[in-house]
Design a protein around this ligand. Structure first.
Ligand code: FMN
Length: 354
């Protein structure tokens, strides 16, 4: 299937501007989401439920396989109901911010096919947490889904860094009822100052407030606490990662997502003059190193979602071997096609059997 995509469809897609091609991908998934018989047939074909895929249990949720669609593809929750039909075992929507915002001026997404990489500076373009909550209210809710749905939260651009916590709390209150798990994204490079939220004091304030709101919601509504994860940047130093892990432990967070895109410009990217976060193959090694570091530092007790540069079964297996419980991908799907997750899930099971 991947070969057909690469020879027939990819050239046509790649003739278009990369953001337009991405929008077409979202439209196609939204269409598939609206066609339950086709969706069901594809799900059967990928046999998500029958043991051809190895299920994973993490933070109280059951994932039919280890592979998820990373945040940034389905920012406004329009496409996710089709993700299971493409072979994904979970999907993360967002980043969603408290306020609707247009993001950075276009063009803001650039492909580098020879390197299987992308640079983006989208800047959290999204419809805002109120609109996204209204859409999620009309879609299958927790308990009615084929695969877990994560909701990734970020800070609105106009909100001062000192008021970031309030911004996240607003989105938390609007979206917690619809999320199987929530992610606090403090690591996108395209919102000015956002990454400062990874500093110990600011992070302590943010995690303290959101976990308190989560406990309060559980007490007042009688519902279970929503698992909360933190998504970090690959550009942190080891001491910075140690500090982040300390704050995560203080607040009993449910897991960590490593990593977001990088500001580093390794190899041929040294001369590429495009601002934004680099993803895909050039990020692979660094994000795996971070997964391995966290797994060692936490004695394997903190669930890790490994993401960055998964472009084949080898690179997915590498993250799991390094200690990730689950993995996610985005850029790999651009180069390998819509059923890349299904191919990977099968390849990983094969690999385990061998
Ligand atoms: C175009 C694009 C937009 C992205 N938007 C977001 C986002 O809104 N929130 C987020 O947490 N990560 C975002 N990411 C980062 C991905 O979720 C992922 O962490 C990163 O791309 C590394 O994985 P990959 O190499 O498989 O793409 C984006 C990535 C790309 C390529």
């Amino acid at each position: 299937m991947g070969k057909y995509y690469e020879t027939l469809f990819r050239p046509a897609f790649f003739r278009r501007d990369s953001e337009r091609a991405h929008e077409l991908g979202v439209e196609a998934m939204a269409l598939l989401a609206a066609l339950p018989p086709l969706r069901g047939a594809l799900e059967c074909w990928h046999r998500l439920g029958d043991g051809a895929h190895r299920p994973v249990e993490a933070f109280g949720l059951r994932f039919p396989n280890a592979i998820g669609l990373a945040a940034g593809f389905d920012k406004n929750a329009r496409a996710w109901p089709a993700a299971a039909a493409m072979g994904f075992g979970h999907v993360e929507i967002g980043t969603v911010t408290a306020l609707a915002q247009p993001g950075n001026p276009k063009p803001r997404m650039f492909r580098y096919p020879a390197q299987e990489a992308v640079i983006n500076r989208m800047g959290f373009n999204n419809e805002g947490s109120e609109a996204v909550a209204a859409r999620l209210a009309k879609q299958p809710g927790p308990g009615q889904r084929r695969i877990p749905l994560g909701v990734n939260l970020g800070k609105s651009k106009v909100t001062e860094i000192e008021r970031a916590t309030e911004d996240y709390l607003t989105s938390f209150r609007r979206l917690a009822d619809y999320a199987d798990y929530l992610v606090l994204n403090v690591s996108s490079p395209n919102t000015p100052n956002l990454r400062q939220l990874q500093d110990e004091a600011r992070l302590r304030e943010l995690l303290g407030a959101v976990t308190a709101a989560n406990r309060e919601r559980a007490t007042t509504t009688g519902r279970v606490r929503v698992p909360i994860l933190l998504k970090i940047a690959p550009d942190l130093t080891w001491p910075q990662i140690d500090a982040v892990l300390g704050v995560i432990a203080e607040h009993n967070l449910d897991g960590i997502i490593a990593t977001n895109t990088t500001l580093a410009r390794p190899g041929v990217f040294a001369t590429v003059n495009e601002a934004g976060g680099l993803s895909g193959a050039p990020l692979r090694r660094r994000s795996t190193e971070i997964v391995a570091y966290i797994a060692r530092a936490t004695g394997g007790r903190l669930p890790i979602i490994g993401v960055g540069g998964i472009v084949d079964a080898e690179s997915a297996a590498e993250k799991l071997d390094a200690g990730a419980t689950l993995v996610q991908l985005y850029t790999g799907m651009i180069y390998r096609g819509p059923f890349f997750a299904a191919e990977l899930a099968r390849a990983l099971v094969e690999r385990q059997r061998r």
